[in-house]
Every structure is written in C-alpha cells, then in structure tokens.
Design a protein around this ligand. Structure first.
Ligand SMILES: [Zn+2]
Length: 151
C-alpha cells in the first residue's frame, strides 16, 4: 500500500508510464504510487521489510529516480531470497484522470520488468465517489497483493 500527494507542476508517473494530467504525484522519487505499492508487497511477502528500508527518501541518489528501477531492484532482492512473482493484484484509488486506457501499457511495463505474462498483473481502479482526499484530487492510493513462489 502506498499514498502520494497530487500537486501541480509535477509529471504524473503511474504504473511505470507517464500520464498527461494537470497534476502529478509528489515524492522523493518519481512518486509512482502503483510501483511503490507493488515493491512493498513483494518485499513484505518475502519478509524483507518495506520499501523505505531499502530505498530511503534520505538517499540523494534516489532523487527523482524512475520507480521502474526500484521495481527491478526489488525483483532482484526477492530473487536473492529465492522467490519470484507468480501474479499480482493491484487497486488504484484516484478521482481523475480515467486510467482505463492506460492499464494495458502499465501491465506491459510491469510484466516486462518482472519477466512474467501481462495478464499476471491485474490493475484495477476506483474513485472514492468524490469523498475524502482522493475525491478532492489531493492525493491517490494504491494497494497491491502479490503471490510469490519459492524457486
Ligand atoms: Zn511511494
């Protein structure tokens, strides 16, 4: 699970791709909430702590880093512990924009990094019916669950 604030004058990276929007997610890296939730779920399932332990926001070398690099590094960390990803289910909570058309591109980006089939990466999206910080377009949330196998 991950949260980021949405602010103006930031590129909006989501699921490994850049989306045209009037706001983007704020963070130390490119702030890709979906990839961060996925990394966190992978690390958690391998009992390797969380994303903050491995990629701290105090690390200057990670400033504005492409989160696809973090996902690749995470895949390597779980591989070193003898695991690989079988499949993943993710849910994005955001009010805007509509991301339906971007989902196949996100699946492709993620599956490519994890060396698995596109349809092993489920990406679902919901609004919060204009309620709360998500509904006010102040931020967004991503949830991820992964199944790992022991190699
Ligand atoms: Zn994050």
């Amino acid at each position: 699970m991950d949260f980021h604030q949405l602010v103006e004058d930031r590129d909006f990276w989501l699921g490994g791709i850049k989306i045209e929007h009037y706001k983007g997610a704020l963070g130390h890296s490119d702030a890709d909430v979906l990839l961060h939730a996925l990394c966190d779920a992978m690390l958690g399932a391998a009992c390797l702590g969380d994303i903050g332990v491995h990629f701290p926001d105090t690390d200057a070398s990670l400033k504005n880093i492409d989160s696809k690099i973090l996902l690749a590094k995470t895949a390597l960390l779980i591989k070193e512990k003898g695991y690989s990803v079988v499949n993943a289910d993710t849910t994005l909570c955001l009010q805007a924009p509509k991301i339906k058309n971007y989902i196949p591109l996100m699946q492709e980006a993620i599956a490519g990094i994890l060396s698995i089939e596109k349809d092993a990466i489920s990406i679902k999206a919901t609004t919060t019916e204009k309620m709360g910080f998500v509904g006010r377009e102040e931020g967004l949330v991503a949830y991820a669950t992964v199944l790992l196998k022991k190699n």
